[in-house]
Design a protein around this ligand. Structure first.
Ligand code: SAM
Ligand code: SF4
Length: 384
């Protein structure tokens, strides 16, 4: 049973409303058995009419069906690879309200987005965040949205796990880089491991499927990844390891942090049997089954293996800026068209325009010659 809540009535039949409904029905019809494969339909390959609902396809014929939303750039941790210790955050006055975030997310759903991930910063520190989750859950109820999920550091999960589950969230990602309390404190600067572990307990008790995300950090958690994987698999959780990306200035050299996952995998392979499997979650992770634990381990390798050819996502910040690629500076402002009118037509047109500018991919490099980050903004702004 999914609880639902609305900031406002979801459908208003005025102005372009009849046209929108007509196009929606057309989409539904063309989605049925067209022989284009499980995830592509005629509607996916047809360009959207600018300024209307209709599916999003970028210049490289990638269907855009996944939106990540950074609901705040603030966080109760200061992870050494994500932020500097004395971060300057966006002025609160620049933030979209929860109602505005809901409206933008809903516009993307009307544009064919079927998966929405709330992230940040830390999404669960945004005041009133459950109102947004509750409101967005109406798109799960209609079937327009297939998945509503979030990525969290887990610090507030004990408080919110039951609510998340009751609003239709089924799976969440929890970021955890080590099970050693002292190292955890050193990596997060401000974090308390016990709180995160209590959050994971609460999430599992509420029936949420939990996946752990760990950033591989040279000389920091190399020895911790194997025991953490065994612990995760013992509790029925998948785990994904991620290469550190050169996003934003942090108070450390990326070269000192960067640990290629080829090395992580080689080390794990000394103790475990890693069998490549086809399992996909719609993201960039490539999975293995670990024979000894029976669990799944994913590798996300933006540095050693670029995965952009299958990219299906765009990222929205808490100020309404849309980034078409995590690793490029180009962005589109959706806040101005959003505030210009109560109609969503200008927002649809701005989204269409932005998707046409989605680049082929990123080109992250960490080496001795480059001392500047690939992009100046931190992961917490774009939304990891
Ligand atoms: N605060 C939440 C959390 O930590 O899960 C959500 C936001 S955080 C920016 C999302 C993910 O990005 C986390 O898994 C984090 O480890 C990862 N991350 C942050 N900065 C990164 C970087 N420079 N390179 C790779 N991953 C990074
Ligand atoms: Fe906060 Fe997540 Fe960044 Fe850590 S990785 S500082 S928890 S936003």
């Amino acid at each position: 049973m999914v609880r639902a809540f609305c900031f406002s009535a979801p459908v208003s039949v005025s102005g372009g409303g009849f046209l929108r409904i007509f196009l929606y029905i057309l989409d539904m019809i063309t989605d049925l058995g067209d022989g284009l494969g499980p995830e592509m339909s005629l509607a996916d390959t047809a360009p959207a009419v600018a300024g209307t609902p209709g599916k999003l396809v970028d210049p490289f014929q990638r269907a855009i069906t996944y939106l990540r939303v950074s609901v705040t750039d603030r966080c109760d941790f200061r992870c050494v690879y994500c932020m500097s210790e004395h971060m300057a955050f966006l002025p609160k006055a620049d933030l979209l309200t929860l109602e505005e975030l809901d409206r933008l997310c809903s516009a993307f759903v009307a544009k064919g987005v079927t998966k929405l991930r709330l992230t940040g910063g830390e999404p669960l520190v945004r005041r009133g965040i459950m109102t947004l989750v509750a409101s967005l859950s109406r798109h799960l109820a209609t079937g327009a949205l297939q998945e509503l999920t979030l990525t969290t550091n887990g610090s507030q999960l004990a408080k919110y796990a039951n609510d998340l589950k009751s609003y239709g969230v089924e799976r969440i990602n929890v970021s955890l880089d080590t099970l050693d309390p002292d190292k955890f404190r050193a990596v997060t600067r401000w974090g308390d491991l016990d709180k995160v572990l209590a959050g994971i307990d609460a999430a599992q008790a509420a029936g949420l499927k939990v996946k752990l995300n760990a950033v591989a950090l040279k000389g920091v958690n190399e020895d911790d990844l194997a025991p953490m994987m065994e612990w995760a698999h013992g509790r029925g959780m998948d785990m994904t390891v991620i290469e550190v990306m050169p996003l934003g200035d942090v108070d450390a050299s990326r070269l000192d942090q960067y640990l290629p996952l080829s090395m992580v995998r080689a080390r794990l392979a000394e103790r475990f049997t890693l069998e490549d499997i086809d399992y996909r979650t719609g993201g960039p992770a490539r999975y293995v089954r670990v024979a000894e634990t029976g669990g799944r381990l994913g590798f996300i390798t933006p540095l050693t293996h670029n995965f952009c050819e299958s990219c299906n996502r765009v990222r929205l910040t808490c100020t309404g800026t849309l980034y078409m690629c995590l690793g490029q500076e180009d962005a589109a402002d959706l806040r101005a068209p959003l505030r210009r009118s109560e109609s969503d037509d200008a927002v649809y047109a701005a989204i269409d325009d932005a998707i046409l500018r989605k680049p082929k991919g990123h080109d992250f490099v960490i080496d001795r010659r480059r001392h500047r980050p690939a992009v100046s903004r931190h992961m917490s702004v774009t939304g990891g």
